[in-house]
Design a protein around this ligand. Structure first.
Ligand code: BEZ
Ligand code: FE
Length: 310
């Protein structure tokens, strides 16, 4: 009988299988790990009870995980990709980056970040191959009270307008195409030139891509630019800005889109702005501000509670 108090947890019992397993963790050990494994065992047994898999189905699941492991190399992490398409990467990120209201939200880092991109002065052009729709990005870095953050470092990367990162096309794109590092000026301002990014598929030639196809999902990410924004005393922001007209905006395969990260890519119609920034016609312009949250110290009030109280 379910939840019978007479079940001896030393023996397997279908009705209390998770309790039987978790009861074994009685010896000395790592308490946090015990909590983690206890929760995973409870939820995994609940899922198996709900699904009631055949032996063949369970072996197919094991084979999928085996294939996922075999797909991993120094530069391909298929388990992270699995976590991405299940929405878990975004959930873990959200849990760990709860910010005060008004601060720029985080989103997924992804596998295409490359450290050591060239540093450019403001106004630099990261579109090294000259293809695509010229786009001027201008904005300001501030704190949550609107004070400028000078000297913030903005590390930017994105795909070409064909939807490929430079590292995916080493023979076709110049190294560090669509990558660059900028610094906000004394008023917190930054600006640079690039192209409008395009949507693209996540690497889908492995078990995760097959899984997506088998469950009727596409592999596409909504078009975006990546940013890592850092400044001393402020929380690092790993984020994107998204194009508003991408067909995949509301169905990003890794759930990376947050409403507050959708930008406006508008025709650059101000001739003075086009002249000052030496932009060709036609061009697009995006105005985008980053708002950084101070790093919480043990004696500073909790920023999330503070903003909730406002
Ligand atoms: C990316 O945006 O670069 C990305 C994120 C998650 C999985 C694959 C690619
Ligand atoms: Fe990306």
């Amino acid at each position: 009988m379910a939840n019978s108090p007479t079940v001896d947890l030393g023996y397997f019992d279908e009705s209390r299988s998770a309790d039987v397993v978790n009861a074994r963790m009685a010896g000395p050990g790592n308490e946090r790990l015990r909590v983690v494994i206890g929760a995973i065992v409870r939820h995994l047994h609940a899922a198996v009870n709900e699904i009631e898999p055949t032996h063949e189905e369970w072996l197919a699941a094991i084979q999928f995980l085996t294939d996922t492991g075999h797909m991993c190399t120094d530069w391909r992490q298929e388990f992270i990709l699995l976590s991405d398409i299940l929405g878990v990467t975004m959930l873990v990120d959200a849990i760990n980056h709860r910010r005060p209201s008004g601060a720029t939200p985080n989103t997924i880092l992804g596998p295409f970040y490359v450290a050591g991109a060239p540093e450019y002065p403001n106004g630099g052009n990261i579109n090294l191959d000259g293809k695509g729709e010229p786009t001027l990005i201008v904005g300001r870095v501030s704190d949550v009270d609107g004070n400028p953050v000078a000297g913030a470092r903005l590390d930017v990367w994105q795909t070409s307008n064909d939807g490929y990162y430079d590292v995916q096309q080493p023979d076709e794109q110049p190294a560090f195409n669509h990558r660059g590092v900028f610094q906000s000026d004394e008023d917190g301002r930054y600006w640079f030139k690039t192209v409008k990014p395009r949507f693209y598929p996540i690497p889908d030639d492995g078990p995760v891509g097959k899984l997506l196809r088998d469950i009727g999902r596409h592999p596409n990410r909504a078009a975006h630019l990546h940013f890592i924004v850092t400044a001393p005393g402020y929380e690092q922001v790993i984020t994107h800005i998204f194009t508003p007209d991408c067909p995949y905006l509301r169905e990003d395969t890794v759930f990376g889109v947050k409403a507050d990260l959708v930008a406006r890519f508008q025709p650059l119609e101000d001739p003075e702005m086009a002249r000052v920034h030496d932009m060709p016609s036609p061009s697009l312009v995006v105005e985008w501000d980053f708002v950084l949250a101070k790093i919480a110290t043990s004696d500073s009030p909790d920023p999330v509670l503070q903003s909730a109280a406002r």
